[in-house]
Design a protein around this ligand. Structure first.
Ligand SMILES: Cc1cc2nc3c(=O)[nH]c(=O)nc-3n(C[C@H](O)[C@H](O)[C@H](O)COP(=O)(O)OP(=O)(O)OC[C@H]3O[C@@H](n4cnc5c(N)ncnc54)[C@H](O)[C@@H]3O)c2cc1C
Length: 394
């Protein structure tokens, strides 16, 4: 139960929602649907719009426009009775219950919920290349890459570093964006794509059958897989591995495994060995009971890979628990699935569905993925109001 501020009337707890990630958009939507008038929820996120990463490969491939894959957080909050402010957190003092922001401002909270996502883990001293997250800067740098490819005299060689599902999808999407590789030395222009990573094969965490299907399609698309390459630096056109091997490439797109922001290290929160916020089965910090976390930034006690599937599934439980915590009532446990569906875009009108070690490939899978992705974003564009503002009231 959070401490309440002093005053003649019992004040509503200040609920600070940090980051407009996949779990928080559902929390906000549910505040909008709630019947009762509640307290003071506030969402703070660095941009008015937040992207849905499931549609990012489609954006890169030219299937979706910028607006298609973005949720308007300000509009969603307005429709749901949740206050919205722009801001990027740069510090957290969990003992003082205070968050610091890049513009120098600070905010106190009674309950804090973190859904700030993750970023590719980049080599120390990383300077060059394009990180796929944050997606806002990725989309800008994609435009620069377009110009570079357009103006190139000969070949442009791109390395996508990271061989997980995101790396695979981005490699296929770049292939679609820039067309097929043309033969070297014939004076024509073209883009060569390498899919580079530490492991020996692609999508190490997925089933053997979908990995085989993806490998076939990578081959068909002329995307070369460079395995066993632990990229540690990229500078002046050279991508270097920890064992000293080098690749000459014109540009690198980083889709490597996820990292947490450094500022959490000094927060006082219990973190896992990678700097992610530890949560119990109620999505609550074991060190600070007023702090909740969901999505990539949360480190579940029963760990799962960083995947939007879990952020989405955590949304309803997080909403319930934030309300319950404010009211001092019992929380509900989040039970992560053991098996989850991956719909992997091949960016040529087909996709692969992968679950339980089974896999299917085809145009119908791409249509299914498109329907499911568009439906997700649409859910946060038309929020029916219950006639009240959202949030929590003691
Ligand atoms: C190319 C690509 C494709 C992917 N495809 C899929 C897929 O098909 N299916 C799937 O399940 N997963 C997919 N993923 C993984 C998925 O992107 C993540 O697991 C998912 O986005 C995590 O959601 P989240 O809610 O944790 O955070 P995000 O959706 O990343 O949202 C984080 C939010 O926090 C905000 N924020 C960030 N920093 C701060 C700060 N300091 N202060 C305040 N706010 C902040 C951001 O602006 C953003 O609004 C893909 C990833 C990539 C890179």
């Amino acid at each position: 139960m959070p401490e309440r501020r002093s005053g003649a009337r019992q004040a509503a707890p200040r609920l600070l929602l940090l980051g407009g990630g996949h779990a928080h958009v559902e929390v906000i939507r549910r505040f909008g649907l709630a019947r009762e008038r509640h307290g003071e929820p506030l969402l703070v996120s660095p941009a008015r719009r937040t992207p849905y990463s499931g549609m990012l490969p489609g954006f890169v491939a030219g299937e979706y426009g910028f607006d298609d894959l973005h949720i308007d957080l300000e509009a969603l909050c307005a429709a749901s009775g949740v206050a919205f402010r722009l801001g990027a957190a740069t510090g957290l003092d969990a003992a003082a219950r205070r968050v610091a922001f890049a513009d120098g401002s600070v905010r106190d909270y009674d309950i804090l919920s973190l859904d700030i996502g993750s970023r590719p883990s980049l080599p120390a001293g990383f300077r060059d290349g394009i990180a796929v997250k944050p997606i806002s800067t990725f989309t800008e740098r994609l435009a620069t890459l377009d110009a570079r490819v357009r103006d190139a005299d000969g070949f442009v060689r791109l390395a996508v570093v990271g061989q997980g599902v995101a790396g695979v999808e981005i490699a296929f999407a770049l292939r679609r964006r820039f067309g097929r590789r043309l033969g070297r030395g014939d004076g024509r222009r073209g883009v060569e794509i390498l899919l580079v990573g530490r492991s020996d094969g692609v999508m190490a965490t997925r089933g053997a059958r979908s990995r085989r299907l993806v490998a076939e399609d990578l081959d068909r698309a002329g995307i070369s897989v460079v395995g066993g390459f632990d990229a540690v630096a990229f500078q002046n056109g050279t991508l270097r591995a920890s064992d000293g091997r080098c690749l000459d490439v014109d540009e690198v797109v980083w889709t490597t495994s996820s990292a947490a922001p450094d500022w959490l290290l000094k927060s006082g929160l219990a973190l896992d060995s990678h700097g992610f916020v530890r949560v119990d089965r109620f999505l609550r910090s074991p060190s600070h009971g007023q702090v909740f976390a969901a999505g990539d930034i949360a480190s579940l006690s029963d760990p799962r890979p960083k995947s939007g599937v879990f952020a989405v599934r955590e949304g309803p439980v997080l909403h319930h628990n934030l309300r319950q915590a404010a009211l001092g009532r019992p929380l509900r446990a989040f039970r992560p699935q053991k098996h989850w569906l991956a719909l992997i875009s091949l960016a040529d009108g087909r996709a692969i569905a992968d679950k339980w070690g089974l896999a299917a490939r085809g145009e119908w899978v791409a249509r299914w993925k498109g329907w499911s992705d568009r439906r997700f974003v649409a859910r946060y564009r038309t929020v029916p109001r219950s006639g009240s503002s959202g949030g929590i009231r003691p």
